[in-house]
Design a protein around this ligand. Structure first.
Ligand code: SF4
Length: 468
């Protein structure tokens, strides 16, 4: 019987299996940042344990960093403390850190792939849910809790139960203005935000294989927003081309050997999954969310559904829907197109890569930002920031009235200075529209960089297909 891609990678990383218990699972790379690592290092310190394999740990400062004036000391006391603690811990335990002054600094899930640390066939963890991003390379990558961060630092292993496997296949051609973000928001709107619970998801079909690596990272990043443990896509020539030549990519004969191994990373034809979904790419239009979880999304030309429309039947489900409507101050039947907004955020580990800023530049070129919109355009890393300037995108974007900020998690979550005010509406390229995610009382609508850019130009929710 054939194996799924997930199982091929999983089986190679089992150190030992406990009968009727978890597997001792080897982790190739652990990413760390300033938020979830301090207690883990403190735990090691208290027990007198060293980091087992410091060269297999990659650290960067992202959540708490300001996105302006990064050359100045961080003003917020807690943020400054978090970042300086990371610096001290990395020095003490011998871990390479891409901190604020480093030319490779950025959001952990942008930095790892762009440095070539993330490679096909690997296992990777981080104390951060969106570690699933790295699955775009045909890797098993998932978020872990702080005690597990400590366990991996100490042993390079994790106790792990094998999850169930799901395949989501999307075939066909995409409509104008539809991007990777729209595909994944569409999928989550169909599966619901809990539809992937207990599963690891493989994304298959031409809609995914035709995506760039940036697009595939957007998809896998959001796999956890359907409740899944993670998502992955089989590596192919697009993957190899992306990894080749990067800082930590194999070189010379090692490269050839690695590629020949990576070519074996696919799901066998006769492999079976615990659950399968199939969708037609041509059904997808630019997407936007209207509620307070990423599953509450619709095509941008559609009207907000009712609780009944989305299949809410129990009292709890109906109350939850009503609560979301109240928080967003929306009503079923309302159109999303034309809704006036206050903020636009292009950034986060979902959509802050170079391709995302190319999309923005394409939309805003020769136009002007609407006066009613505050726009935050935040590159995912210093390397992305540099590329934005080197490619001339900054010139186009700034001529349209926008400003490029400095790299960090920014308005993805209210953990630094970039917060959306109470009651304000923000079209955001990030991954979570939960209550208060972008600031207490902030109202978030998730969308692609193209939709965010079109909205910033029009001042109201706009269909990017009309501006391309
Ligand atoms: S950008 Fe957002 S989701 Fe991504 S790592 Fe930072 S806070 Fe987490």
């Amino acid at each position: 019987m054939g194996k799924t891609l997930f199982d091929k990678i999983y089986d190679k990383h089992i150190v030992s299996s406990i009968p009727d218990g978890p597997d001792v699972f080897y982790i190739d790379v652990q990413y760390i940042h300033e938020v979830t690592s301090p207690q883990a290092f403190e735990g090691l310190r208290q027990r007198g344990i060293k980091v087992a394999r410091p060269k297999q740990v990659c650290a960067t400062a992202d959540h708490n960093v300001p996105t302006e004036n990064q050359h100045l000391p961080i003003q917020n006391d807690l943020s400054r403390h978090q970042v300086s603690t990371l610096v001290q811990n990395c020095e003490e335990f011998g871990i390479d850190l891409y901190g604020l002054e480093h030319p490779f600094q950025g959001i952990v899930h942008v930095v790892g792939p762009e440095l070539g640390v993330t490679k096909p066939g690997m296992t990777m963890v981080c104390g951060d849910s969106h570690t699933s991003t790295h699955g775009a390379f045909g890797a098993i990558a998932f978020g872990v809790g702080t005690s597990e961060v400590e366990m991996v630092l100490a042993t390079q292993c994790l106790m792990q139960h094998r999850p169930k496997r799901m395949r989501i296949t999307v075939e066909g051609d995409l409509q104008k203005g539809v991007t990777a973000k729209d595909i994944v928001l569409y999928v989550i709107s169909k599966t619901t935000a809990a539809g992937g619970t207990g599963y690891f998801v493989e994304f298959a079909g031409s809609a995914f294989s035709s995506l760039t690596m940036e697009g595939r990272m957007t998809v896998c990043n959001m796999s956890i927003e359907m409740g899944a443990r993670g998502g992955l896509i089989a590596p192919d020539e697009t993957t190899f081309e992306y990894v080749k030549g990067r800082e930590f990519a194999p070189k010379g004969a090692d490269w050839d050997k690695a590629v020949s191994e990576w070519k074996e990373l696919y799901t066998d034809e006769d492999a079976t999954f615990d659950k399968e979904f199939n969708f037609d790419a041509s059904d997808i239009e630019p997407m936007i969310t209207y509620g307070t979880n990423p599953g509450m999304g619709i095509g941008i030309t559609q009207k907000i559904p009712s609780a009944a429309d989305i299949g809410a039947t129990t009292v709890k489900e109906i109350e939850s829907f009503d609560k979301a409507m109240e928080y967003m101050d929306f009503k079923p039947g309302q159109a999303m197109l034309g809704k006036q907004i206050d903020y636009v955020f292009v950034g986060s580990c979902t959509n802050a890569r170079i391709e995302d800023f190319r999309e923005v530049a394409e939309i805003v070129k020769g136009k002007q930002k609407a006066d009613n919109v505050t726009a935050w355009l935040v590159p995912g890393s210093k390397q992305v920031e540099k590329q934005i300037f080197d490619e001339g995108l900054a010139e186009i974007i700034e001529a349209a009235g926008f400003k490029i900020r400095q790299p960090g998690c920014s308005a993805c979550l209210a953990m630094n200075d970039d917060k959306v005010p109470t009651g304000a509406y923000c079209v955001s390229t990030s991954n979570r529209n939960f209550e208060g995610r972008q600031g207490p009382g902030a109202r978030t609508m998730l969308a692609s960089p193209s939709t965010a850019a079109a909205t910033a130009i029009v001042g109201k929710i706009a269909n990017p297909a009309d501006l391309i």
